[in-house]
Structures are given as structure tokens and as C-alpha cells.
Design a binder for this molecule. Structure first.
Ligand code: WT7
Length: 631
């Protein structure tokens, strides 16, 4: 059932709160189960342990594919649009996608993959990525998709963290005018990944690559060896479905683990309700499958709902900044879901790229990834939506698995810069520093959730303690999101941004610790500190304060070397926008860097530095400010 009126929304909120188990069982009943669950929910946020639909047996791909074959075998499941507008795209019907997934499942089985094995996918945005994801899920292997913009080091770290057995990649990936040499990067990564026994390579760019005997095999050769029938593995609701890495404020990236049953139910429920999906809609989410948005709202949510999901290989500015709008026109896209950073970037290119195209097919617009500023929101509303499309501002996280706070398109009201209301079933609240729920209106606090929801992360791969400490220790009995938020007089939620050391740059989560340790690899760097600062297009830019052993002779050269190291260790998305060489960093007596102060200096907000009394050496601050003004 879809919520289609404000009254229904209110009823559902009440029902989900009063009888959550009944509420979620009703949703679960719409799916195909081999065996129904014994128990709807068992939970304890102190451990934390959360189990939904225990004892239930199912396969998520039967729900994405097989379930639709009777009525929708000829409907397009994936509409793939290539990077180059002159290349012909691919439409995969539900029947064709089903066949391809079955075949590739057999390839994996043929190559010794068993239920529970981890498979790493490092691929461009091509249909085979979706096929590989679903094939893993079909045979019960746990997929770990690594965004194809990450470096060899980031790839090998992620492979090793989860002890992946197979790496699936391609010769290269097209992105605008560039080709990313994915196999070369994979080769570099595989030098330090002892658990990888096999690398399956898809031919996409025809780049010349090295194939290592006994390790590397071609996708197209393997496909020819197998049949197209495959019986899906019966999974337990709580069996792991995938691992997806996200950056934290400290340490290495966290392998967020999602399980099968609850994730399935919530992905479909949130997709259908937030976007108000109707049969026959053309739906397009511009994210990359390397992020959670792509998992939940390119693959799983839309396919579970039996929708047509458009998948785009390229970038918004190739061959020019009208590409998104051209795709909307050519495919009569009805529902369009993108990120504030893309909206701002395209706005900056000027209206002529928008005006060239007929966008009248659009009915619903969405945004995700960071707080959207009012200007960008208004531009999106007017120039793209022609003031007639509701904009859903969807707040959620890798850890939440699905959209948590958002208006429901056209059903509940939108308000610029507000994510507005939690979905029915989501008990979100705001806590003050003492852990008390804030009841006052417009008072900021920390955004938390006090009751489990089906698609919440269950653990961090191999480190449950870190899972507990990161999300369940700040406030006892609550899931802590890491975001700041307030609720206005009408009860609408406004997310104000991260309260920890994560910086969201162009919608990507970057951990300060990761970037700092990459910079510190430089032989002349003694210490560094990273903060975000407001950036017109990217939302946040990266600002680095760097202490050198020896005064740098050539600052420009050193800056370039530092960015090379970041590209190598983290990836080009984490490159710094500004570097300031300093003599010292503001630290507390206990040695903690006071990023709050560095953030203010980086954003030229120096009249209001706040309490500096705990600083070990207050003069450091003056010298940094003076240095910045000189630069
Ligand atoms: C962080 C999670 C969820 C998919 C993409 C990002 C920020 C996300 C919004 C929004 C304000 C938002 C939060 C959150 N964020 N959506 N609509 N308004 N902030 O997933 O990489 O796990 O990042 O993105 O700070 O904690 P992610």
C-alpha cells in the first residue's frame, strides 16, 4: 500500500508507533518468502543487537526479479544510458535481467563461490554492475561494491578488511572524456590482497590490459560456459546481504553490514512512498552504485517495486552541462533524484543548458547527500521542476539503509532546506549534550533514533565494538547519527550538518583522519589537520593546515605532492582545495586538535572563535590567522 494523503500519513505514523510489529509484518507480507518468520523483532540497543523477521527464509533477487516475471517480463527493468551520447544504450527487461543474473550467478558458483563469501566489485556504471550485485545476492555471497573513483590503496584496504575472495572489475570505465584504468588499478591493489584468488574482468573500454594467468578471467568467456537457469539460495532474514564502506571521523573506513529481510522491506517501502512511484513511471537516480544511494535507489528499491530504473554511465557535464536534461527529455523521466552538489554545479553553468530541453515529463524531484541550500533548492524547483514538481529532500545514511526523514512527494509538504518529517516507522528525535530529548522548537541538538527500523545496519564488518562505540554509546538507548538538527514550530526537521569530523564534499563522506594520514606520508610533513570550509559548488571544500619539518622552498610543488599522496591513498575526490603551511596547530592540553577553531579560520569567521581557554598555546591561533591573511 502507498500512503497517498496527509491523513493516511498521520494514521500510519500512529500505527507504526503503537504496533510496530504489526505495521512491519503487513509490509513484509507483500513479498515472496520460502518460509515466514518466527519472530518479527528482537532488539537491544545496548549490545547492540537488532533482528528483524528471524527465521524467515527468502532471496531478495526472487523478489526483485522472479516475482515480477508473470506480469512484467517485458517491462524494462534497467534502462542503461552510456557515457557517450552516440553509443546505443541498453534496455533490459525483467525477463532479460533475470536471465543475465541467473547466468552470472552460475559463473560465480562455477568458480567456487559459496554462500557467505565476500565478493568485491570495482566497476563502472554499466548494466553488468547491477547484474553482478544481484548475482552475488542470488547465491548468498556478500557483495562489497567499491566506488570506481577510489585508489588502488583504498581498494586493497577494503578487499583485505572483508577478506574478499573474488574481485570483479573491468578493463576500464568511461567517465566523460576520460577512461579510468580500472584493471590497472586493480592489478596494483591485488599486489597486496592475499585472499583474492580470482579476478573476473568485463570488457568495456577495450583498453589494453594485462591478464595474469591463473588469476584473471574474462566475463564474456565465463558467461558462455553456463546455463541460464539458477535456483536462488534460500537466505535467512538476518544473513548479511552486503558490506559497504563509509568514512568515519577516526580510523579506517567502516564496513557497514546490511542484512537481507529488513533491508528488502524498507528499500521498497521507502522508494514507493517517498517518490510516490506509480506503475509506468520512468525513474532516474543519478548516484553511483558505489554509494548506498545507488544500492537502495538504483538497484534494490526500484526493482523490488517493479519499476524501470534508469542507470547512467557518465558525468553531468559530458559532452556538455546539458547532459542530465537531455537524458530527461529523451527518456521522458518522471522521477529524478540527484545531489545538491550536482544541482549547484549545473546551476553555475547557466540556464541555456536547461532551456534547450523539454523537461515537462518530470513529476517528482529528489535530493540527497548533504543539506541543500535555499538558492539551490529554489533553482531546482523553478528551473527544473517548473514550480510544479514536489522536491523530496531525503535525509539518510549508509548506516540507515534507506530514507529516514523526507517529505512524501505531493502528500506531505515540502519546505526549502528542511528534510521535513520522519517516515512512518522512524522514531527520530533530537538530544541535547546530556542526552535529554529536546522538546523546544528551533533548538539544535543531535539527531538520534530511538527505535529500530528494518533496514538499519547490524554491525561493522569484523568490529562490533566499533559499531557500538560509534553509534550506540554517545546516548544510551539511542542510535546516534552524527548529524546536528532542529525541529521547527511546525514539527519539521532541519538537518544542520555533521557534528563530528566527517566532511561532506560534493556529497561524498570524507573522514579527516584518512586524509591527514595520507598527507603525513610526505617526508617533509610533520603533522596536518583537515577541516571543511563553505564551497559554492561542492558544499564543503577541503582545507589543510600542514606543519613541515623544513620550511618548504616551493609551496606550490609541495602542495601538488600532497595532493598526489591523497589521490594515491584515498582518491581524487579527497584532494585539498587550500593548503596553509603553519608552525603549529591549536591543541588542547590533552593533545586534541581543536578543529572548531581551524574551521572558523578556514571560513574567515575569526571574530567569533569561541572558548579558547583550554588551548595549550593560544598564540598559535594568532599566528595561523596572520599566516592566512598573508597568503
Ligand atoms: C550523511 C550520510 C544517504 C545517501 C547519501 C549519503 C548527510 C544525507 C542529507 C540531507 C542533509 C544529508 C548527513 C548524513 N546527508 N542526506 N537530505 N540533508 N544532510 O550517505 O555517505 O552515508 O552520508 O550525509 O550528514 O549523516 P552517506
Amino acid at each position: 500500500m502507498k500512503i497517498t494523503s496527509l491523513q493516511q500519513y498521520n494514521d500510519q505514523v500512529r500505527k507504526a508507533k503503537d504496533s510496530p510489529e504489526e505495521f512491519w509484518s503487513e509490509k513484509a507480507n507483500n513479498f515472496k518468502w520460502h518460509k515466514k518468520w518466527d519472530k518479527v523483532l528482537e532488539w537491544d540497543f545496548t549490545k547492540p543487537e537488532v533482528k528483524w523477521f528471524q527465521g524467515g527464509k527468502l532471496n531478495i533477487t526472487e523478489n526483485c526479479l522472479d516475482r515480477h516475471l508473470e506480469k512484467k517480463s517485458n517491462q524494462i527493468a534497467i534502462k542503461w544510458v552510456p557515457n557517450n551520447p552516440n553509443e546505443v544504450g541498453v534496455d533490459l527487461t525483467y525477463l532479460q535481467l533475470h536471465e543475465k543474473v541467473c547466468r552470472f550467478s552460475n559463473v560465480l558458483v562455477n568458480n567456487g563461490v559459496k554462500k557467505g563469501d565476500r565478493i568485491c566489485l570495482y566497476m563502472p556504471m554499466v548494466p553488468e554492475l547491477t547484474i553482478a550485485v544481484l548475482a552475488c545476492a542470488r547465491i548468498g555471497a556478500i557483495h562489497s561494491v567499491v566506488f570506481a573513483g577510489f585508489s588502488a590503496k583504498s581498494l586493497s584496504d577494503r578487499i583485505n578488511d572483508a577478506d574478499c575472495k573474488i574481485l570483479i572489475t573491468s578493463d576500464g570505465g568511461f567517465r566523460g572524456e576520460k577512461i579510468t584504468p580500472l584493471k590497472d588499478i586493480s592489478d596494483e591493489a591485488m599486489k597486496t590482497t592475499p585472499t583474492i584468488k580470482l579476478c573476473i574482468v568485463l570488457k568495456r573500454t577495450n583498453s589494453s590490459i594485462k591478464m595474469q594467468k591463473d588469476r584473471d578471467i574474462w566475463w564474456h568467456d565465463e558467461i558462455d560456459k553456463v546455463s541460464l537457469s539458477n535456483n536462488a539460495e534460500k537466505m535467512d532474514s538476518e544473513d548479511a546481504l552486503f558490506i559497504l564502506y563509509t568514512s568515519g571521523s577516526t580510523g579506517t573506513p567502516k564496513g557497514i553490514v546490511h542484512t537481507t529481510g529488513g533491508y528488502m522491506i524498507y528499500a521498497e517501502y521507502s522508494f514507493r512512498n517517498v517518490f510516490q512511484y506509480n506503475e509506468g513511471d520512468m525513474y532516474w537516480c543519478t548516484a553511483d552504485i558505489g554509494w548506498i544511494t545507488g544500492h537502495s535507489y538504483i538497484i534494490y528499491g526500484p526493482l523490488l517495486a517493479g519499476a524501470t530504473s534508469l542507470m547512467f554511465e557518465g558525468v553531468p557535464t559530458y559532452p556538455d552541462a546539458g547532459r542530465f536534461w537531455r537524458i530527461v527529455e529523451e527518456n521522458k523521466v518522471n522521477i529524478f533524484y540527484t545531489a545538491p552538489t550536482a544541482i549547484r554545479a549545473l546551476e553555475a553553468h547557466g540556464l541555456e543548458y536547461v532551456k534547450k530541453y523539454n523537461l515537462s515529463s518530470l513529476k517528482v524531484l529528489g535530493t540527497v547527500g548533504e543539506p541543500i541550500n535555499e538558492d539551490a533548492w529554489n533553482w531546482y524547483d523553478k528551473e527544473i521542476g517548473n514550480n510544479k514538481c514536489p522536491i523530496v529532500d531525503t535525509w539518510w545514511q549508509t548506516e540507515t539503509g534507506g530514507i529516514m526523514i523526507s517529505n512524501l512527494a505531493g502528500v506531505t509538504d515540502a519546505k526549502a532546506t528542511f528534510a521535513t518529517l520522519p517516515l512512518p516507522g522512524i522514531q527520530a528525535c533530537i538530544l541535547d549534550d546530556e542526552g535529554k530529548e529536546i522538546q523546544e522548537k528551533n533548538k539544535s541538538g543531535k539527531l538520534c533514533v530511538k527505535y529500530p527500523w528494518p533496514s538499519m545496519a547490524r554491525t561493522i564488518w569484523g568490529d562490533h565494538k566499533r559499531f557500538r562505540e560509534t553509534y550506540f554509546s554517545a546516548f544510551k538507548g539511542y542510535y546516534f547519527s552524527g548529524d546536528g538538527c532542529f525541529i521547527n514550530e511546525k514539527g519539521l526537521f532541519r538537518i544542520t550538518g555533521r557534528v563530528d569530523d566527517v566532511i561532506i564534499v560534493s556529497g561524498h563522506n570524507l573522514g579527516t583522519a584518512e586524509i591527514e594520514s595520507a598527507i603525513d606520508e610526505h617526508e617533509n610533513v610533520c603533522e596536518s589537520a583537515i577541516v571543511g570550509f563553505p564551497h559554492n559548488i561542492k558544499g564543503n571544500g577541503v582545507y589543510a593546515y600542514v606543519i613541515c619539518h623544513q620550511k618548504p622552498e616551493n609551496k606550490k610543488k609541495l602542495s601538488e605532492e600532497i595532493n598526489k599522496l591523497i589521490t594515491l591513498h584515498v582518491g581524487p575526490i579527497a584532494k585539498v582545495d587550500k593548503i596553509q603551511f603553519v608552525d603549529g596547530l591549536p591543541k588542547t592540553r590533552s593533545g586534541k586538535i581543536m578543529r572548531r577553531i581551524l574551521r572558523k579560520i578556514a571560513s574567515d569567521d575569526i571574530n567569533n572563535l569561541g572558548d579558547t581557554s583550554t588551548l595549550l598555546d593560544p598564540f598559535v591561533v594568532q599566528s595561523i590567522i596572520a599566516g592566512k591573511q598573508k597568503d
